[in-house]
Design a protein around this ligand. Structure first.
Ligand code: NAD
Length: 474
């Protein structure tokens, strides 16, 4: 399937246009706003890897957008389409995102121009270790200053190789495991990190649905149960989002768009079955239990309660925006709606839950993982058994007064929270709190016309405040 991306401006320019509108709603000086918009520094590297006896050159970047808090945080993307503009845009989004959800990190992003589908595992490991080494050499990977994470085309496997490469070069760093997040649990990762971005998307949508005033803006009533959903991209973010919406909320996933076409079933697709097929066949074409469309992008324009772009940037643009029929767009990917499309959609009454809020779950749980690595102990290890015995005493005290506690409830109280329970509930709390800040700003400010501007304004404001409070800048 050919992907036509009508990106009116570059990704970086799109982010800056949103920044300008949001900054104009704040009391910050032009000088500070100008500083906050720009990327702090970018490192470009070319490195050779010997593949099947031949030398191939790869090009990659690590951009740091803001160091107002350290370490800086941002994923590493593997894609044949990666470019410096995109990495800078993504680094900027990371700064605003972290500030918005109160994660005390600066913003950064990395990427390598490589198609992971083209190489075997051993070659991908060599490419990853070599890129990691180039970044370590320049201190662009370090638990104190710069901590990457997964993004498009990378996952726990690549993060494990990066952590191992760092440990090889810095064996005396006691916090070495904190040099990267999104690692497998066996290597200092945290349960719930792989699903975190998708789960955060769902927690964000649930919070939106808890507010009737906000729901009404999108013409939606009731709960998520039975709502029709079309999702683009069944990768890490898209799969977990779709799976949780289907399994825990009873939403109906009627469309799944992948790189080689789309599947539709108005009765609801089985996310697990499509995912298994997609993994086994490298695409969705040929899936037997749904209608297949070769032009997957056209399915973005089908009627549904909400559309979840979870693949890449710039997929909803000025050309297709007038034909979008969804009431709500939940931006799981970074930058899926261009600046030009945003204006068209708002005029049509489409409500958008913006990326810097909605896909923040990944960095939130990365923050938990980093804290775990620095404290060298899993969450709850010191307290869980104590909590359980306190609950046991409480239950016995209540029962000694003749009250019988229902078995299910007693079992829950005597189970105590494991690390996954703690991660999920803290993520939920963060997403609820951040959406409440966004809606408060949106409903209370005349000049703020969207959640996107509200979210960006809150992010910029928090960064500006932390810089001003340090007294480093005017
Ligand atoms: P991924 O590589 O795991 O998955 C991307 C999926 O999109 C793949 O299944 C791919 O085949 C599909 N795809 C690619 N091009 C497509 C197209 N033109 N149409 C339809 N599908 C297409 O990537 P991911 O980690 O899930 O990231 C997806 C988006 O979410 C990106 O914008 C990324 O920056 C953002 N994001 C990811 C994380 C994270 O924790 N992984 C966190 C925040 C934001």
């Amino acid at each position: 399937m050919a992907t036509t991306v009508h990106q009116e401006k570059s990704f970086r320019e799109n982010v800056n246009l949103v920044f300008d509108i949001a900054a104009a709603t704040l009391q910050i000086s032009d000088g500070l706003a100008y500083y906050l918009k720009g990327v702090y520094n970018v490192y470009q590297v070319r490195f050779p890897v010997k593949i099947e006896g031949k030398v191939e050159s790869f090009i990659g970047w690590r951009a740091v957008h803001s160091e107002h808090k350290l370490p800086t945080k941002g994923g590493i993307r593997y894609s044949p389409l990666v470019n410096q503009d995109e990495i800078e845009a993504l680094a900027a989004l990371m700064s605003y995102k972290c500030a918005l959800v109160d994660v005390p990190f600066g913003g950064s992003k990395g990427g390598v121009v490589v198609d992971p589908k083209k190489y075997d595992d051993a070659t991908m490991e060599r490419i990853t270790r070599r890129f990691a080494y180039e970044l370590i050499k320049k201190d662009y990977i370090n638990p104190a200053t710069s901590v990457p994470a997964p993004d498009m085309g990378t996952g726990p496997r690549e993060m494990a190789w990066i952590a191992d490469t760092y440990m090889e070069h810095r064996p005396d760093d006691i916090n070495a495991l904190g040099c990267v997040t999104g690692k497998p649990v066996s290597l200092g990762g945290i349960p719930g990190r792989t699903e975190a971005t998708g789960r955060g998307v769902v927690y964000g949508i649930r919070e939106f649905f808890r507010h009737p005033e906000d729901r009404k803006r999108a013409g939606l009533e009731g709960t998520l149960e039975g709502k029709t959903v079309i999702i683009q991209g069944l990768g890490n973010v898209g799969y977990h989002t779709a799976k949780i919406l289907e399994a825990e909320d009873g939403a109906k996933i009627i469309g799944i768009i992948e790189h080689d076409g789309a599947l539709m079933d108005h009765n609801g697709l089985s996310v697990e079955k499509v995912n298994t097929y997609n993994k086994e066949h490298g695409g969705v074409k040929g899936y037997p239990d749904a209608q297949y469309f070769e032009n997957g992008n056209a399915i973005l324009e089908e009627k549904c309660d909400f559309l979840i772009p979870a693949a890449m940037e710039g997929v909803i643009h000025m050309e297709n925006a007038p034909r979008i029929k969804a009431n709500l767009i939940a931006e799981a990917a970074n930058g899926p709606v261009t600046f030009g499309a945003d204006a068209i959609l708002r005029q049509k009454g489409v409500v958008m839950i913006p990326d810097i809020f909605l896909n923040a779950g990944g960095v939130v749980v990365s923050y938990f993982e980093w804290i775990k690595n620095l404290s060298h102990i899993r969450f709850g290890r010191l307290t869980r058994r104590h909590e359980v015995s306190q609950n046991d005493l409480l239950l016995k005290a209540i029962e000694s007064n003749g009250h019988k506690i229902p078995t299910g409830l007693a079992e829950k109280l005597l189970h105590g929270p494991n690390e996954l329970d703690l991660v999920r509930s803290a993520l939920d709390d963060t997403m609820r709190d951040a959406f409440q800040q966004i809606r408060d700003r949106y409903w209370s400010h005349d000049k703020i016309e969207s959640y996107r501007i509200a979210a960006m304004a809150i992010g910029i404001e928090k960064i500006a405040l932390s810089i001003q409070d340090r007294g480093l800048y005017p």
